[in-house]
Design a protein around this ligand. Structure first.
Ligand code: KIV
Ligand code: ZN
Length: 567
């Protein structure tokens, strides 16, 4: 049987009793290092061209990265050439350190220094693999053999640097496959490397601990990091860095817990591009910090540009649900979510009020997104979302009863079409179902007189040449006209609800009225826009009646207009 979990061995957890990291909170942003141009690039089907690399480098600089791994110059001629180009064309800002990777092999280290000739500052990142599997099955070496490779590499790195004193050198060592390495052995190799580099004597050193393959839950990785931080020599003189991959989908979580466990620095890539399931996503981790009120020391406010450039350089599309960056991550289709978002946004008084909006972990506008994108309508949406769109885009506020009724009309339309319904379509539906005036029921004029007994109404409606006259009394205008319709035309009308709204600026009409009647025992609703609220209300009344009456043989017209209230 191919699908057989018994083939796998559970990861041995770290036997630790003095865990401190679970109680920590990240209050400061770690030192970031972007490895898009090396690790990210090495994972692409089509590695980046020089032009693509340059575009991505410029974006990383613009976002505020101060440490950028630009390639593996000893392993790739394009990486070598790119490194030379950046240096020779003076494209590296003074406050940015470029970093380059090399295996711990003397000839590769020598070539790496050739690539870095003339750099103001640089991080030479040297690695060798230390895990049990790699030692035993790939290299066929024992612990001492693997440690010697690292020490020799450290010596060669130091020797080349001392020949080039004009560059500010930082040395970085990675015990590659750290997560699969026994912790005591990892510490032994790190100490041996640092005994060569002597960070205590002023040499800047980064010790980078990679989850080359993510092998366990993030808490295990945090234990590994805390263990190393507690045991290695020269701890206060070195920067502990983590470099997590996403094999189990937890690269960000692992890096976050690692920072809680003592890591000072985090390597990753924008949108998490990288080997297999990718590297740690810098955008997500930085935005996670931001959403907790921690300055990520990166400017991610132009998220659309970031994802455009990453897409253009990696030729990998950003997933629409990608945290913070995806097209759909600030959109609510579900009715209850839309309702909650709408209410919370309406309660916000000032832009700098603390952000507390249901379903939106951060303010979309911080990333250059618009509130317009937050509420979108499909068959899952409810009354709140539909009402929000009409209000936001057309200045039409609906009473609650009409919100409920109309949202069902919209839902039916969405179910028929199967997809999203845009704002214009919603407005057209509303016009067609509620606002459209049957010419035979168009209000032409009215006259209202008030006295102690109530209102005396005279009204004319209909098409030119076929005008109808009404006259009646009631407690208010609606009752008076309803009574007149019953007396003169035998139409029984019971008013169930009506609401009037003054409209804001930017519309031709000044008032909107919405009415719901029982007409001869059938529910009918309509709305009307007019210059004043009385005209709007009387037109809404006539329209609702007109929707249910066979007029000029236009039964089909009446059917089309009449919303089925029980829907
Ligand atoms: O994933 C990894 O182990 C690496 C190292 C070279 C740091 O990319
Ligand atoms: Zn990696």
């Amino acid at each position: 049987m191919a699908f057989d979990h018994r083939k796998y061995i559970a990861f041995e957890p770290v036997r630790k009793t003095n865990r401190r990291w679970p109680d920590r909170v990240i209050e400061r942003t770690p030192q970031w290092c972007a490895v898009d141009l090396r690790d990210g690039n090495q994972a692409l089907v089509k590695p980046m061209t020089v032009a693509q690399k340059q575009r991505l480098f410029e974006l990383l600089v613009k976002l505020g990265f101060k440490e950028i791994e630009i390639g593996f110059p000893a392993a790739s001629q394009p990486d070598f050439d790119f490194c030379r180009k950046l240096i020779e064309e003076h494209r590296i800002p003074d406050d940015v350190k470029i970093q380059v990777l090399t295996q711990a092999r003397p000839e590769l280290i020598a070539r790496t220094y050739e690539a870095l000739e003339g750099a103001k500052k640089a991080i030479v990142h040297v690695y060798n693999s230390t895990s049990t599997v790699q030692r035993e099955q790939v290299f066929g070496l024992d612990r001492a053999g693997i440690r010697d490779i690292a020490v020799k590499g450290a010596e060669v790195v130091k020797a080349h640097a001392s020949e080039r004193p004009d560059t500010e050198w930082t040395f970085q060592y990675s015990p590659e496959s750290f997560t699969g390495t026994e912790l005591d052995f990892a510490a032994e190799v790190i100490d041996a490397v640092n005994d060569v580099w002597r960070p205590d004597q002023g040499q800047p050193v980064v010790i980078n601990l990679p989850a080359t393959v993510e092998m366990a839950t993030p808490n295990v990785f945090a234990d590994q990091i805390e263990w190393i931080c507690d045991r290695v020599k020269y701890r206060e003189h070195i920067s502990i860095s983590v470099h997590t991959h996403n094999d189990r989908g937890c690269a960000v979580a692992a890096a976050e817990l690692a920072v809680m466990a003592g890591a000072d620095r985090v390597e990753g890539t924008l949108m998490g591009n990288g080997e297999r399931t990718g590297n740690m996503d810098l955008v997500t981790m930085a935005m996670n910090l931001y959403s907790q009120g921690v300055d990520p020391l990166l400017d991610l406010s132009g998220m659309a540009e970031i994802s455009d450039v990453v897409e253009a350089c990696t030729e990998i599309a950003t997933h629409p649900r990608h945290p913070y960056a995806g097209e759909l991550v600030f959109t609510a289709f579900s009715g209850s979510h839309q309702d909650a978002i709408r209410k919370c946004l309406a309660l916000r008084k000032q832009d700098d009020d603390p952000w507390q909006v249901a379903y939106l972990p951060i303010d979309p506008r911080d990333l250059g997104r618009r509130y317009e994108e937050v509420v979108r309508i499909n068959s899952q949406s409810g009354k709140g979302g539909v009402a929000y769109i009409l209000e936001r885009d057309y200045n039409i506020s609906l009473p609650r009863w009409l919100q409920i009724e109309f949202s069902k009309v919209v839902q039916r339309e969405a179910e028929t079409g199967g997809g999203e319904i845009d704002s214009l379509t919603i407005h057209r539906l509303f016009e067609r179902r509620y606002l459209k005036v049957n010419p035979a029921w168009e209000l032409k004029s009215y006259d209202l007189h008030r006295d102690e007994a109530g209102v005396h109404a005279q009204l004319s409606y209909g098409e030119e040449g076929r005008l109808e006259q009404l006259e009646g009394r009631g407690l208010g205008a609606v009752e008076a006209v309803s009574a007149a319709l019953e007396q003169t035309r035998g139409i029984r009308i019971a008013v169930e609800a009506y609401d009037e709204f003054a409209l804001g600026e930017g519309t031709d009409a000044n008032a909107l009225a919405c009415i719901r009647l029982q007409v001869n025992g059938e529910p009918r609703s309509a709305a009307a826009l007019a210059e004043d609220t009385t005209s709007a209300t009387l037109q809404a009344l006539l329209s609702a009646v007109g929707h249910s009456v066979i007029q000029n043989g236009s039964r089909a017209y009446a059917e089309e207009l009449a919303p089925s209230v029980d829907a």
